[in-house]
Each structure stands twice: as C-alpha cells, then as structure tokens.
Ligand binder design. Structure first.
Ligand SMILES: C[S@@+](CC[C@H](N)C(=O)[O-])C[C@H]1O[C@@H](n2cnc3c(N)ncnc32)[C@H](O)[C@@H]1O
Length: 258
C-alpha cells in the first residue's frame, strides 16, 4: 500500500470502495476535479475524504457523478446524426436486423435518440439496444426517461410529438421507445466487451482517459464489432491507429471494421 494520504493511496482506497480505477483517467484533470469536490464538502485531505465517502452515501454518489462527468444531449452534434441517418444506417440496414450498443450512455439521451431514429426508419433490431454506463445513478435516471424542457431542445419536433408524453413541465419517453433499450451497468475498462455489434456508439467517454487507456479501448471496440460493423465516436475524437485495429474511417467520426 502507498504512503497513507497520498494521491496513489487515495486512488487505491477509492478503487476498493467503488471498483473505479482512476489511474485510467487523465491525472491532472482528475486531481483538479477531485480537489474542487473535496473543498465543496470541507474535506481537508484524502484521509478524511475517504472516510466521508465511506460513511456519507449521498456525498459518495454525488462524487461518482462529479468525476464521471455525465453531461449528455439528445442528438448531440446534429450534423453527425445526419450522417448516421443518411449514410451509415442505410449501409448497415442492408443486413437483416441490427445489433446496437451505446457505451457510456449517461442519462439516456444517446440511446433514446438512436431508438427514435431507428423506429422512424423502421429498422429491425436483432435485440434491444444495449445502453451501458459505469455510473448506476445515471442508469437509474436513464431508465426513468423523464426529462425537463431544457433537456429536450435537440429533439426534432416530429419526434417530440410522437415519442414523448408531456407530464406537467416534463417530458417522458414513450414505452414504445423505452422498450427498445436495455440499460445495464458496465465498466468499459474492466468488464468483458460484448461482441458481434453492427453499430457501437462511444461518444465523449474516452476524452477523460489517458492515451494508453484510449488505445486499449478502441482495440476492444474493434473486437466488439461484426465484420462491416461501424463505430461512431465523439466530435473531438479521432482514432490514430485505426489501420492496425482493422477499422477504417468511412466518414468523419465513423469507423468501419474491414
Ligand atoms: C460525457 S458522458 C457521454 C454521454 C453520451 N455518450 C454523449 O455523448 O452525450 C460520459 C459517460 O461516460 C461514463 N463513463 C466514464 N467512465 C466509464 C467507464 N469506465 N465505463 C463506462 N462508462 C464510463 C460516465 O459515467 C458518463 O456517463
């Protein structure tokens, strides 16, 4: 065990409590975020902070949310969703039915956007869309499918009227769309990568990881795709070693397995 109270000590203790390995995330950013959170709960050092995390369930949960950064939007980067709709889905849908995974789905906006799009285009699914995240609380919110008006700005009007029900000032995703998705807890760094996917979305998740971790993860995604399957990544991301992984760029932010 590292010296009590150091960053390395904290990382190990935290992994014992949460199973989250902070070593895989970019350290300067992570340290900054953790220090600011510690200040907000009046923890002067890592030792007292670990005690707080062990004893205060709410603080622990807020902390996990704080470090996993789960901001999301419906149809985030609409131009890329246009490419998905007009180029990628038609390419994939030549096959019979699709197997789709939204990895790092946060509060559900991404898999729900996908489900609405597929429903609209009458695309058959081989099974429910798999939507996974490391954070159990965001998965609970995702499964609830209840959003405030400010959260549904990116939803096209026709989808809003077809696939949402208004409840007071909130909007609830219809059961038709909910039933297309299976939300599941999954740690991309530790758990087995599911296989045989036609389409994997992993957007705005790897940005917090070290280069080494990113590389490992892209390799895993490549292995999770079927031949001709497509990986859709975030708008600030790029896969430099695509060729070695047996995937190639077929549009900006889309990679296809050869
Ligand atoms: C910024 S959100 C991205 C949400 C959505 N994909 C989007 O682009 O709008 C990042 C998500 O990645 C999740 N995440 C972080 N580390 C993870 C890991 N090791 N395994 C699975 N999910 C992880 C976080 O909990 C968070 O919900």
């Amino acid at each position: 065990m590292e010296n009590t109270g150091t960053w390395e000590w904290f990382v190990k203790k935290f992994e014992l409590i949460s199973k989250i390995d902070l070593n895989a995330y970019k350290r300067p950013q992570m340290e900054r975020q953790i220090n600011s959170f510690m200040r907000s709960v009046n923890s002067p050092d890592y030792i007292s902070f670990i005690n707080t995390l062990k004893t205060e369930k709410d603080i622990y949960q807020n902390f996990v949310e704080h470090i996993t950064i789960n901001v999301s939007e419906f149809f985030r980067n609409p131009n890329h969703w246009q490419v998905l709709e007009n180029k990628i889905i038609p390419l994939l849908a030549k096959k019979n039915s699709l197997k789709v995974w939204s990895a790092g789905c946060s509060t559900g906006e991404e898999p729900y956007s996908l489900a609405m799009l597929l429903q609209e285009k009458r695309i058959n699914l081989a099974e429910r869309i798999l939507a996974t995240d490391i954070d159990k609380e965001v998965l609970r919110k995702a499964a609830l499918g209840l959003y405030q008006e400010k959260n549904i700005q990116g939803v096209p009007a026709k989808y809003l009227s077809r696939y949402f029900l208004k409840e007071d000032n909130n909007f609830r995703v219809s059961n038709e769309i909910k039933n297309m998705i299976k939300f599941q807890h999954h740690d991309l760094l530790k758990d087995m990568i599911p296989r045989d996917y036609d389409l994997i979305l992993c957007r705005n998740v790897v940005i917090y990881f070290t280069e080494e971790t990113k590389e490992k993860l892209y390799k895993k995604f490549a292995s999770g795709l079927k031949s001709k399957g497509v990986l859709f990544i975030g708008s600030t991301e790029q896969i430099f070693q695509a060729k070695e992984l047996g995937i190639k760029s077929i549009a900006t932010f889309f990679y296809q397995k050869e």
